[in-house]
Design a protein around this ligand. Sequence first.
Ligand code: KG4
Ligand code: ZN
Length: 488
Amino acid sequence: MVRLFFTLSPTISRFSIYPGISVLAATNPSLRLRKQQHHQFKTKTPTLPLASPSSSSSPNFKRTRFYSTGSRNFSNSNYVDDNLVVLGIETSCDDTAAAIVRGNGEVLSQVISSQAELLAQYGGVAPKQAEEAHSRVIDKVVQDALDRANMTEKDLSAVAVTIGPGLSLCLRVGVRKARRVAGEFNLPMVGVHHMEAHALVARLVEQELSFPFMALLISGGHNVLVLAHKLGQYTQLGTTVDDAIGEAFDKTAKWLGLDMRRSGGPAVEELALEGDAKSVKFNVPMKNHKDCNFSYAGLKTQVRLAIEAKKIDCKCPLSSTTNEDRRNRADIAASFQRVAVLHLEEKCERAIDWALELEPSIKHMVVSGGVASNKYVRLRLNHIVENKNLKLVCPPPSLCTDNGVMVAWTGLEHFRVGRYDPPPPAIEPDDYVYDLRPRWPLGEEYAKGRSEARSMRTARIHPSLTSIIRADDSLQQQTQNVARNIVS
Ligand code: KG4
Ligand code: ZN
């Protein structure tokens, strides 16, 4: 049987004729995450000694991958699957990250260079400065990831890179680097959806997590509730009509004069521990909207007004303020966090009901993205999820915030089912136009969840990942039908 596989990036992809890969797709790898440690470059590396893959007797998947027309033996599919090795590159926002992950879920290396100082200086992400910072460190981050995995590019099976959503200027740095590596070493590429990567990394840490499942993805720029039917196929149950919860955490931290070097969220979470969460009365957003959408712009305004009312000076650091002022700040932090999370709780409860109507077999709810590293968020959402007889799956904090592992892993998941692009040319013209998708929805909107409050700003929105994959699958089906008719 010959199958045609169309990839995630129609503008740059051809198709590959790739026999036998459906066998690989059906395998569920045994997942294993190595323990990690930090080094001076905010790098996480394995603590266990590594057997060098190049010295293993495994077949070199890379060499035969593209041009095989059936000679390759896939009968031992687990073996081949486990020995895939993918480099993942992530530069969609302010973290420059790279990681190398094996097909069995083993994290061989993880490197992150954060733009902490820039974040503190600008109180948020400034695209031009962020792009320059990515450009300065990208080569070193990727090289570090290879070194720490004890590998060279020749050991890789593919390169995965985030192509959206995110800041174009920043995405470009990662995509350019990925294409250089892939072009020079003749490696296939997988274009990864950043939010899908946040969701799927949960499958790397939780072996039981199979489709369909629900996911709440909460980060600095996104706040989405999705039903994951299968790889690449999502129904969007709800999204934010304005700001995401991470943006509200960041602004609250900035206005409270907190140290932004680890981003605003952790600073608010820490200060909230000292405060009385019921002392400042904030309204829970969108109480009257019986949908699963979110809004954080109004809560931000409520927080700003409370800060002004208490005459808090954001230029005065927490360490040098009075006890009373510190208590006021802590009360606002705690009250904000309580209401921000209550909003998540209410919408998640409804979304689970909707999801169970659509897919009664759901057993898990994933909560991922930077804000999911927050302990209070995890605790509160765990109650909601358990009350609905589901199990909460939260990746560890280092895999909730942006990282290269989630990109490598998502690349692996798609690569295994044949969704990849052929290697780019070794030398690419300077004016090559990259396929970047700054505004790229993950799923198709659920009709019941459509919000009237939602902005109609749809300009430059890319078709969703789900619609692209559905179109490719249906094209593939048609091609197979034609081939079958010709044979018979
Ligand atoms: O997923 P992520 O690393 O990057 C984006 O894709 O945006 O998420 C970053 C967001 C930031 O807004 C940051 O303040 C928030 O996640 N965040 C947290 C915590 N850690 C990170 N928010 C609340 N509590 C935390 N512990
Ligand atoms: Zn993210």
